[in-house]
Design a binder for this molecule. Structure first.
Ligand SMILES: Nc1ncnc2c1ncn2[C@@H]1O[C@H](COP(=O)(O)OP(=O)(O)O)[C@@H](O)[C@H]1O
Ligand SMILES: [Mg+2]
Ligand SMILES: [Zn+2]
Length: 500
């Protein structure tokens, strides 16, 4: 059997199958039902969003054997020949390849003829912004004195390149990017029809990579099917396409915000090792930043990770990188300058992240009448983020403090407890209290102070008893003789400390 590419196989044959363009299909359906046909339409919008498809459905609605209808039958000779592009009254012209004088002349001639069998002669001019000035002039004449029963549909991704004189004579429809959910939905339909099992995560990833183009989405999905067969998981996706650049750039923004300096530096290293110039990487990151910024401003769908990035943060990162871009022209150390600039951004942003936050927590109500727990607002101190900041400021003090555990915050005191086995660290922490108080105020928490305590012997013994009774330990003792000698927190060394 002949293999039909999926995007053609799944080309909608009816207005009801068009996704994400209800604002357009509604009007066109009305136009057909009320028989209020105009001479010229302009379909503008990004590629793969349905311009050509909608134009063909409209043409069928005009020429179906059942008469002008918003629901073409898709069975009659006219419908069928329009579907496969062989109808003599529905003429598709590619603006990009009809630029010569002869083509323009024949365009002129063809437009002046009246329709043969059908009721309407429909010209669908794709990539119409690529027409030559001459062709536009010919077109304009036709638009000024349109022949009977002729409809011209101009499709373009770049409406700003069309002469105003043309635009003003058309009824204009702006096609929108197709939203992630509609794209994924299409993926589910195709998977079901083609009997393919595919992880949802994969569909979401290709949807993101398609940037609102349903055609791109279907093509990517098709490549994946040809590559992996009927079972598709995220591994297949990665081995076919690798991690998409956008994913890398996203991790870059998120990494800066989370203060992940080591991760960012190795990411830069990998990009450079893959053969990219620093300028090229910057261009990619700036482009991606611009894209997510616009999505935020225009409130388009974005994934939850990107949602967590603040607008002014994105703007500042882009701003810094643009400045860096021009500085690089005079530099012999582009990579190093890039790294330093990024590390500075990390320092700036990991500091400004709030360390004290309000959380809603359940609290039991003791009064007789209301026994149920209710939510109270409680302040919490983000100890892990504090440690991350401290690590950048003073390694030695950080290596003491990381033994501590945040307990609570009351008024302006932050209570931290050290485990029973870390008396030494607790004493050191007390000695560094002045430093820590200053550091807190440097981070924006003036007048705050720490209160360090040590776990009581009683608590320690209780904890120890619990651990001794735990299944892991009792099983261990079944095989080995012994008793619990000492219990210590397992505090992992970070990679770079192991090296020191
Ligand atoms: N809005 C849409 N609804 C359903 N399918 C669509 C839509 N837009 C595009 N497609 C799919 O993508 C393919 C190409 O669409 P097309 O109409 O040629 O896009 P455009 O002309 O805007 O570039 C179609 O065959 C169809 O499979
Ligand atoms: Mg098209
Ligand atoms: Zn028909």
């Amino acid at each position: 059997m002949e293999y039909i590419t999926l995007y053609r196989k799944y080309r909608p044959k009816d207005f009801s199958e068009i996704k994400g363009q209800e604002h357009i299909t509604k009007i066109l359906i009305n136009t057909l039902e009320k028989n209020m046909i105009s001479h010229a339409y302009l379909f503008s919008g990004p590629k793969g969003t349905g311009k050509t498809t909608v134009a063909r459905i409209f043409a069928k609605g005009l020429n179906c054997d059942e008469g002008i209808t918003s629901k073409p039958c898709n069975k009659c000779k006219n419908c069928l020949s329009i579907n496969d592009g062989t109808n003599i009254d529905v003429i598709e012209i590619d603006g990009a390849s009809n630029r010569g004088i002869d083509e323009v002349r024949s365009l002129k001639e063809r437009v002046s003829l009246s329709p043969t069998f059908g009721r309407y002669r429909v010209f669908i001019i794709d990539e119409s912004h690529m027409l030559t000035q001459e062709a536009f002039n010919a077109l304009l004449k036709t638009l000024e004195e349109p022949p009977q029963k002729t409809v011209i549909i101009l499709a373009t991704t770049d409406p700003q390149k069309l002469p105003l004189t043309i635009i003003s004579r058309c009824i204009r429809f702006n096609f929108k990017r197709i939203g992630i959910n509609d794209l994924v939905d299409m993926g589910r339909t195709i998977a079901k029809n083609e009997k393919i099992s595919v992880d949802e995560e994969v569909l979401y990833k290709i949807a993101e990579a398609s940037d609102g183009s349903l055609r791109d989405f279907i093509s990517l999905f098709e490549q994946l099917i040809l590559f992996s067969g009927e079972k598709i998981d995220i591994e297949n996706l990665l081995s076919l396409f690798g991690e998409s650049e956008d994913e890398v750039y996203k991790d870059f923004f998120i990494g800066i915000q989370n203060g992940e300096d080591a991760k960012i530096l190795s990411m830069i290293g990998e990009l450079i090792n893959s053969g990219k110039e620093v300028q090229e990487i910057l261009r990619g990151i700036i482009g991606y930043g611009r894209k997510i910024l616009f999505k935020k401003i225009f409130e388009e769908e974005i994934d939850s990770e990107v949602k967590s990035l603040k607008k002014d943060f994105i703007i500042d990162v882009i701003d810094n990188l643009i400045e860096l871009f021009s500085e690089l022209r005079y530099s012999n150390f582009p990579r190093f300058m890039f790294e330093i600039r990024v590390l500075k951004l990390i320092l700036k942003y990991s500091k400004t992240k709030p360390l004290i936050v309000e959380e809603e927590k359940p609290q039991k109500v003791i009064e007789e009448e209301k026994k149920a727990p209710h939510l109270i607002k409680e302040r919490s101190f983000i100890w892990d983020d504090f440690l991350l900041n401290l690590k950048n400021k003073n390694r030695a003090i950080y290596s003491i403090m990381r033994f501590g555990k945040f307990i609570e915050i009351k008024e302006d005191k932050i209570y931290v407890q050290f485990p029973y086995s870390s008396k030494f660290q607790k004493e050191m922490a007390d000695e560094k209290k002045d430093f820590l108080r200053n550091f807190l105020s440097e981070l924006g928490y003036k007048n705050y102070d720490f209160d360090f305590s040590i776990q009581s012997e009683e608590d320690y013994l209780k904890e120890r008893e619990e651990i001794e009774k735990s299944e892991e330990v009792t099983t261990l003792f079944k095989y080995f003789d012994g008793k619990v000698e000492k219990i210590e927190e397992n505090i992992e060394d970070t990679e770079d400390e192991k090296k020191n």
